[in-house]
Write a protein that binds this ligand. Sequence first.
Ligand code: MEV
Length: 410
Amino acid sequence: MDSLIHGFHNMSIEERRKLIKEFSGLTEEDMETMDYRMPMDAAGNMIENVYTVMDYPVGIATNFRINGKYYLIPMSLEEPSVVAACSNGARYARPGGFTAYSTASLMRGEIELYNVPDPDYAIIKILQNKEKILEMANTRSRTLSSLNAGAKSIEVHYVNNELIVNLVIDVADAMGANIINTMLEYVSGYIEELTGAKSNLRIMSNLTTERITYAYAKFDGKKLGRETVERIIMANEFAKHDIYRATTHNKGIMNGIDAVLLATMNDFRAQEANAHAYASINGYGPLTDYREDSDGNLIGSIKVPVAVGTVGGATKTSKKAMLAMKIMKISGSTEFATVLASVGLAQNFAALRALADEGIQSGHMKLHARNIAIAAGATGDMIEKVAGEMILRKNISYTAAKEIIEKIRG
Ligand code: MEV
């Protein structure tokens, strides 16, 4: 079933659910999960000092085609316009959709050694014994070893009177934080013995320069018009040369990526840190790039580190997060990464298109007005009528919506 759906936003919640069920082959139990609420004791087992749970809305981004496969993508966030813009961005990328690739899941863990008696000697001792260190680390995960993944190599550098040992670990379909930290703590005693140094921090790095995802799309030049194509490219150049703009540009990318991470209960803070650190490696700049092809289409691309797992992690402890993964029909972490990068590109394109064209406020205002109309009790066709009238009156407020609803109802 194609994910290109016209008028999804005009459907009722029930109609949307029916469509998602059909698209993703959901069961009755999955449908019940849509109304599930995490019990207090489950929440209390997840974090400390719990007194309630938070209600974030979850919407669906439509129209995605990634590496030939159709996706409906759950997104959770508090900001209006993002889900609509993302779906719109994906629509402009049709018919080809997104082409994306994610590298192997190589991550780094760091051991900080201080009081190093003889750094030159210590580096050699670590490297001479690297096979033994890797073997020791790999005893911590039978799963990774059985997949021919796990600790792969060691790098050592001396900075600021300290020796930093990096373990490079293939974490396969995991996000990796737990296993990396376990491995580091396990081998650090042996490294202390080898070097006569003391270890301080033993912790994964959230910068994953060896776990990168690429996505590419051709946005329809005819639909965009030549001026908009040129303005988007100009906007991207602006971001390359102005850190104030680059920050906002990348924030827009993360609007999409974080929203999918939230819907699937993944660590979006890790992804934020990763993306922004990566964007700053050669001086802070945009994570996307744009150019025009010889047919006048806009070619967009993104290169972003994405460290997400599909095994372990909090996703498995949340029924709704599991359901979000099922809706996307994702099989492994590299596929998930290609979805996230494509969402980031679609989101960024949509923001630049709106900014380079009509500006984002009109779209924002329309959605804001719809939300107020719904909050005031408008349903079905009345939502658009009430929202439209409030925009005309230049008064988007709960009181105005109530008054218009009463007037329509007579
Ligand atoms: C708003 O949340 C995100 C944008 O500011 C991104 C951008 O300016 O590219 C619209």
